[in-house]
Design a protein around this ligand. Structure first.
Ligand code: INI
Length: 160
């Protein structure tokens, strides 16, 4: 029996190339998620020179940018960062649903792991809680989760 299980912070990740898609809507929250993502990359030992960040206007545009990054062949894994906050406009569902569905579709169509930290919250306080400098920053969690998933997929494809 083989078991494929990894602690991403204990694997060798220096050569991993990471693409991050950020949405500018609610930018102060997304910037805090990006700060968390950088902390996660550092904890996992990813070389900062191997990380690209693409900013799009809103969460609705994240899937198409993630798809372009995935199809470029230049990244082992991607991370999606955004903040959809219900109070902001009436079309919360029209943005949050397609964003999540689109990212899931890109992930399955391309086979690239995509860490998902597009917050969908009722208010700014909930979004702030999930994007702070300490534990529980969803950007940091998404990076570490995507790296873990990449190692699992590698092992499934080419078991040692
Ligand atoms: N985009 C977000 O990222 N978060 C939101 O909360 C949001 N709201 O509430 O409207 C939002 N809308 C913009 C959308 O993502 C697109 O950028 C826009 O519709 C242009 O295509």
């Amino acid at each position: 029996m083989k078991t494929f299980s990894f602690d991403a912070t204990k694997t060798n990740n220096t050569a991993l190339r990471v693409g991050i898609v950020c949405s500018r809507f609610n930018e102060f929250i997304v910037q805090a998620l990006l700060d968390g993502a950088h902390r996660g990359l550092e904890k996992c030992g990813v070389d900062a020179n191997n990380v690209d960040v693409a900013w799009v206007p809103g969460a609705y545009e994240i899937p198409v940018a993630a798809r372009a990054m995935a199809l470029s062949g230049r990244y082992e894994l991607l991370v999606a960062l955004g903040a959809v906050i219900r109070g902001d406009t009436a079309h919360f569902e029209y943005v949050a649903g397609p964003c999540a569905d689109g990212i899931a579709r890109v992930q399955l169509d391309t086979g690239l792991p995509i860490g998902f930290a597009v917050l969908t919250t009722e208010n700014i306080a909930q979004a702030t809680e999930r994007s702070g400098p300490g534990a529980g920053n969803k950007g940091e969690e998404a990076v570490i989760g995507a790296i873990e998933t990449w190692h699992v997929l590698q092992s499934i494809r080419t078991p040692k």
